[in-house]
Design a binder for this molecule. Structure first.
Ligand code: 5AD
Ligand code: SF4
Ligand code: FES
Length: 363
């Protein structure tokens, strides 16, 4: 049996140490969570930054085996919000001092899409006095497109690697040129080179995934010197090909605990980065997102997508907040964050402290 107490005193964690931490149970797990909370408080404080999440289109050209909005799924309405609706949601975020937005969509690669998003960024900045930090999460694109969006005022970009193990990645995606592991990795490098605060993440509790894979995911993030991470439990969706492996999955509660442990270990590995408390945590446990704040997360993405569209962005089942409004989520989260003894960093951009520090060192 690994001595968790001893592991938690080390300044460098090996792969074996990380696996032991991810497998910790009972008091050992509590020790890990306490340590992560302590490191979080010292490195970034008990402040949570809000990012208003706008899921502006569920149209996607990809066919990931796990995702409810994959292109071959015909069973629901596809939508694409009008620019005015998106700008209105951005105004809500601005008025309510969220200070940051995330614009997320399915993955489309075309000049029309590139230009549309660039125009949208400009419209949002104009409507909000240039006071919002904007994160994009629009998938794999060319260097040129990433540059165009960066020039139009996007500062951060989220692109989950989903699984850093190439073999596992390939089990989760169709075997075609539209779903290449190498391309995805290359995009992460392009984002970094283009000057974005770069975010990635993985799904936790996937079929065929081992704790060794998860340890490698964390080391991947560390070696990449990632600025932000959003990762959450995998939740099976009945209308997807991966559903057939549902009997091989860990029980939901265990997947949830594993996700909390991943967040905690990541906080130890990269104390100053921003770590999102993923919405998928709340699909399993009603208090999921606040529990993650106590084990190292420091970002929450309240959904501000206009209500009528939310039911059509079902990446996984049981997605929370689909019947709530932006105001509901704000009120709800204020209570929840206070229960986790954190304060909301209203009006603060909350850039990744790690990103800022790296930049100072390189001039
Ligand atoms: N369970 C959990 N997360 C999922 N995502 C997609 N499908 C699922 C699922 N079934 C996540 C992916 C993607 C993000 C937008 O949603 O990690 O990057
Ligand atoms: Fe499209 Fe993203 Fe879903 Fe894959 S995970 S099908 S890229 S929305
Ligand atoms: Fe959306 Fe609680 S966060 S209703």
């Amino acid at each position: 049996m690994a001595d968790i107490k001893e592991i938690l005193t080390k300044s460098e964690l090996s792969r074996t140490d990380i696996v032991s931490l991810l497998e910790a149970r009972d008091e050992d797990k509590t020790l890990l969570f306490e340590k992560a909370a302590e490191v979080k408080q010292k490195a970034v404080g008990n402040i949570v930054f809000f990012r208003g999440l706008i899921e502006f289109s569920n149209i996607c050209s990809k066919n990931c085996y796990y995702c409810g909005i994959r292109s071959s799924n015909p069973g629901f309405g596809r939508y694409n919000l009008a620019d005015d609706e998106i700008v209105e949601a951005a105004r809500f975020a601005h008025l309510n001092q969220y200070a940051s937005l995330v614009l997320q969509s399915g993955e489309l690669m075309s000049n029309v899409f590139t230009n549309r998003v660039a125009r949208l960024l400009e419209k949002i900045h104009n409507a909000t006095n240039n006071e919002l930090r904007i994160t994009l999460s629009c998938g794999e694109q060319t260097r040129q497109t990433y540059q165009t969006w960066r020039n139009a005022g996007a500062h951060r970009y989220l692109l989950r690697i989903e699984a850093s193990n190439k073999k596992l990645y390939e089990m989760l995606h169709p075997n075609d040129s539209n779903h290449s592991y190498e391309k995805r990795l290359e995009c992460l490098y392009l984002l970094k080179e283009t000057g974005y605060q770069t975010g990635t993440g993985v799904m936790i509790g996937l079929p065929f995934q081992t704790t060794g894979d998860l340890a490698d995911d964390l080391l991947f993030m560390k070696n990449f010197a990632i600025d932000m991470v959003g990762m959450g439990p995998y939740i099976e969706h009945a209308d997807t090909p991966l559903y057939k492996y549902k009997n091989r999955l860990l029980p939901l509660e265990e997947r949830f605990q594993l996700a909390l442990k991943m967040i905690a270990v990541l906080r130890l590995l990269l104390p100053k980065i921003n770590i999102a408390s993923a919405t998928a945590l709340q699909a399993i446990d009603k208090l999921g997102r606040e529990k993650a704040l106590k084990t190292g997360a420091n970002v929450i993405m309240p959904n501000i997508t206009p209500g009528s569209y939310r039911n059509n962005y079902l990446l996984y089942q049981n997605k929370p907040c689909t019947d709530d409004s932006a105001d509901d989520c704000k009120n709800c989260l204020e209570v929840r964050v206070a229960l986790a003894n954190n304060t909301i960093g209203y009006g603060q951009w909350g850039d990744s402290a790690y990103f800022t520090e790296k930049k100072q060192h390189t001039g």
